[in-house]
Design a protein around this ligand. Structure first.
Ligand code: ATP
Length: 384
């Protein structure tokens, strides 16, 4: 196997009493779009700054293409960083901002001009080459910052919430553009964000961090479909965690007694009999029907509708199970008559799922409820 582009070995960083990053091991492949994702304060920026050389770890090693970069200042490392604040030189033109690093390397003028033009074309700013940064929009300034970093062809490009200062629409457009640029230039991107949707759409792999520790490293689909911990399940998407205890394990399958009062089966995911766990079913994988409609279906739980919200493309129904557990169901608004028939507040319902859509995670720690996972387009009470 070829050596990783970036390797973190047992990296710990403390600020006084506070341990910002704890014993972190990480391998990032060449050309990968790798995202550090987590809530504010989880240690993702500190991790990035350690790779960049703005912070030195208390313990552990950083290897880039196999070489230990300990003690090297940022400008001597084969990395470049793009910050949320664009940090452009205000007195220099767009062209000269992008040319800055190449000029410092004393490349000849013809090559500098050629490479700067190429990068400005890549980010769609060839016509703005002679403007000053303050004559550009925020999105344009961030593209200049990106061109200025990419033109140096670093081995690793580090991006710290680069789209954080932009409005939602611009951010979405630039997400697609960033991904295209990364594919085109083939440089490894290490990207920091607290925005789970951004991480899911752009990344080859995601490291989900919580309190200085990586809880899971996996491809976006796996992080979403098979979260490793309750924290990951809660941070990515809507949590939908049903607490329970493993009643028995038979080979790969566990039978779990949910606190809601029913037994369900799922892949055991390394759990043993007697362990506390949570069963996760994503909102779009749940089927909802009235408890008294008598239809036979697969495994499920019963509860009462607490609220129903019209979101434009879908209806979001929150169902309360025994034990004060709330489950969110997302039903696509494909058919208006069907939407009208959805059970409204106070109705007893049954939630069910296909056996492959239930997933067990270890532990009983409470996870945050990702309120912003679904953004209502319009809100009104639905159902009867
Ligand atoms: P955010 O998204 O808010 O930037 P983050 O996940 O990037 O959060 P870090 O910036 O890495 O988190 O910070 C991790 C922890 O370390 C936080 O509790 C923060 O207050 C602390 N911290 C970071 N830098 C310093 C510093 N220079 N001195 C003291 N504490 C710091």
């Amino acid at each position: 196997m070829s050596e990783p582009n970036v390797r973190l070995e047992g990296v710990t960083k403390a600020f006084g009493e506070l341990v910002a990053v704890r014993e972190l091991d990480l391998d990032i492949d060449r050309g990968e779009f790798f995202t550090l994702l987590g809530p504010s304060g989880c240690g993702k920026t500190t991790t990035l700054r350690i790779v960049a050389g703005f912070e030195e770890p208390n313990e552990g090693r950083i290897l880039i293409d196999g070489a230990d970069v300990a003690g090297l200042p940022p400008h001597r490392r084969p990395t470049n960083t793009v910050f949320q604040s664009y940090a452009l030189f205000p007195h220099l033109s767009v062209h000269d901002n992008v040319a800055y690093g190449l000029k410092r390397k004393r490349l000849d003028r013809g090559e500098v001009d050629r490479r700067v033009r190429e990068e400005l074309e890549r980010v769609g700013l060839a016509a703005e080459a002679n403007r000053r940064p303050n004559q550009l929009s925020g999105g344009q300034q961030q593209r200049v910052a990106l061109a200025r970093a990419v033109v140096n062809l670093p081995k690793v490009l580090l991006l710290d919430e680069p789209l954080g200062a932009l409005d939602l629409k611009l951010r979405k457009g630039l997400q697609i553009e960033l991904k295209r640029i990364q594919r085109e230039v083939g440089i490894t991107f290490v990207y920091v964000t607290h925005d789970q949707e951004e991480a899911l759409t752009m990344s080859d792999r995601i490291a989900v961090m919580n309190q200085g520790v990586v809880e899971q490293i996996a491809r976006p689909q796996e992080v979403y479909e098979r979260p490793a911990t309750t924290f990951v399940a809660g941070f990515i998407g809507v949590s939908n965690l049903m607490p329970g205890t493993v009643a028995s394990v038979n080979g790969e399958t566990a039978t779990v007694r949910l606190d809601a009062g029913v037994e369900v089966r799922a892949d055991n995911n390394g759990l043993s009999t007697g362990e506390e766990c949570h069963a996760v079913v994503r909102p779009e994988k749940l089927t909802i029907r009235r408890a008294d409609d008598g239809a036979a279906d697969g495994p499920g739980v019963e509860g009462m509708v607490e609220s129903s919200l019209y979101l434009g493309t879908a209806t979001q129904i929150v169902v309360r199970l025994p034990g004060d557990v709330r489950m969110t169901v997302l039903v696509p608004n494909a058919d208006e008559a069907e939407r009208q028939r959805l059970p409204g507040g106070g109705v007893d319902v049954r939630l069910s799922w296909a056996p492959e859509h239930i997933h067990l995670v270890r532990g009983s720690t409470a996870a945050p409820f990702a309120e912003d996972a679904i953004e209502p387009l319009m809100t009104s009470r639905g159902g009867s």
